[in-house]
Ligand binder design. Structure first.
Ligand code: CP
Length: 313
C-alpha cells in the first residue's frame, strides 16, 4: 500500500476520532491528503471556511501548548469559533457526569468537542453520549492526532511511508501505542526499545503485528539498526506522577548522537514535544541537523484542521 498511488476522496466515514485503532490504512491516508491540501492553502494565505457558523469546545483536563494553540488557531482559520473549557472549571471537577456534560454541549449548539487528558474509558463514555463529533486530543492510552501529524511529516520528509522503519526509544506510553497502530497500518515497520516493565500495551502490539513488523526489545542498538526515523517522548507522561525511579531506569534510553549514528545516515529525529533536553534526548540531537521536531509540531495545525473539516458538518 503506497500513499503516493492512493487517490483520496477527502471523506471520512467516521463520526468521531478517538484512536487510530478505528482507522484503516486508507482512512489514515485520507487525513494525510486533507492535511496536505490544508497546508498548501495555508502557505498561500487561503483557508477554506469549513467551520463558518460552528463552535468547537476544547474540554481540556491538562495543560497544553501545541494541542491548544493549533486547535484555537486552526478553528479561527477555518472561520469557526471555540470555547476553551478547562475541565477543572466545569462541574466535571465536582462530580457531574460525562453523560450530562456531553448533553449540555450539544444543547447549547456546540458542533464538536476535543477532549484532552481524559482516561480512555471516559473518552469512550463521552462519545457514547454525544451526537456531535468527539475528537481525542490525548488520552491515557492514545494520541491519535499527534501520530497522524507525525505520519504526515514523515511523508513530507521521506516522500513515502511504506517500507520505512521507525524506532521509538523510551517509555511505552500513549504516543508509542498510537505510533504502533499508525505505522503498522501504513505498512511502516516499527521497533520499540524500552526497559523491562515499560513496554507498550501488549494488545496494541499484537494488533500492530497484523499489519507490519512490530518489534519490542530492550536493546537500543537492535531497535535503531536500519531505522529511517528515531522517535522519543518524555519519560513521565502528563497524567503520571513524577517518578525518580522510572526516570533513573529510563535514563539509559536517552537518544544521543551515538544512538543516531547507529541508524541510517539519513535518519531523522522526531519528538512530539515538549522536550526535556538532557533527559530523553541529548541537546545536540534535538537541536541538530537531523531533527524535524518543529515541522512535526507545525503539522499539528494542518492535521487538526483536516480532521475538523472532515468530521464537522
Ligand atoms: N505533543 C503535544 O500534545 O503537545 P502539547 O502537550 O503541548 O499539547
Amino acid at each position: 500500500m503506497d500513499i503516493n498511488k492512493y487517490i483520496p476522496k477527502y471523506k471520512c466515514s467516521h463520526t468521531n476520532l478517538l484512536r487510530l485503532a478505528q482507522l484503516s490504512g486508507e482512512e489514515i491516508f485520507e487525513f494525510l491528503y486533507a492535511a496536505k491540501a490544508m497546508k498548501k492553502k495555508f502557505r498561500v494565505g487561503e483557508n477554506p471556511p469549513a467551520l463558518r457558523g460552528k463552535t468547537v469546545a476544547l474540554l481540556f483536563g491538562n495543560v497544553s501548548t501545541r494541542t491548544r494553540i493549533s486547535f484555537e488557531m486552526g478553528i479561527r482559520q477555518l472561520g469557526g469559533d471555540f470555547l476553551y473549557l478547562p475541565k477543572d472549571e466545569t462541574q466535571l471537577s465536582r462530580g457531574e457526569s460525562i453523560k450530562d456534560t456531553a448533553a449540555m454541549l450539544e444543547r447549547y449548539g456546540v458542533s464538536a468537542v476535543v477532549l484532552r487528558g481524559f482516561s480512555d474509558a471516559n473518552v469512550d463514555e463521552f462519545a457514547a453520549h454525544s451526537n456531535i463529533p468527539v475528537i481525542n486530543g490525548i488520552s491515557d492510552g492514545a494520541h491519535p492526532l499527534q501520530v497522524l501529524s507525525d505520519l504526515f511529516t514523515v511523508w513530507e520528509v521521506k516522500g513515502r511511508l511504506d517500507n520505512l522503519k521507525l524506532a521509538y526509544i523510551g517509555d511505552g506510553n500513549n504516543v508509542a501505542n498510537s505510533l504502533i497502530l499508525g505505522c503498522s497500518k501504513v505498512n511502516m515497520d516499527i521497533s520499540i526499545a524500552s526497559p523491562h516493565g515499560y513496554s507498550p500495551d501488549r494488545s496494541i502490539v499484537e494488533r500492530g503485528m497484523q499489519f507490519s513488523n512490530v518489534d519490542i526489545t530492550d536493546n537500543i542498538a537492535d531497535a535503531v539498526r536500519d531505522a529511517d526515523i528515531i522517535y522519543t517522548d518524555v519519560f513521565i507522561s502528563m497524567n503520571d506522577k513524577d517518578d525518580e525511579q522510572k526516570k533513573h531506569i529510563l535514563s539509559r534510553y536517552q537518544v544521543t548522537g551515538a544512538v543516531m549514528a547507529k541508524a541510517k545516515p539519513d535518519a531523522v529525529f522526531m519528538h512530539c514535544m515538549p522536550v526535556h533536553r538532557g533527559e530523553e534526548v541529548a541537546e545536540n540531537v534535538v537541536d541538530g541537523p537531523q531533527s524535524i521536531v518543529y515541522d512535526q509540531a507545525e503539522n499539528r495545525l494542518h492535521i487538526n484542521k483536516a480532521a475538523l473539516a472532515m468530521l464537522v458538518h
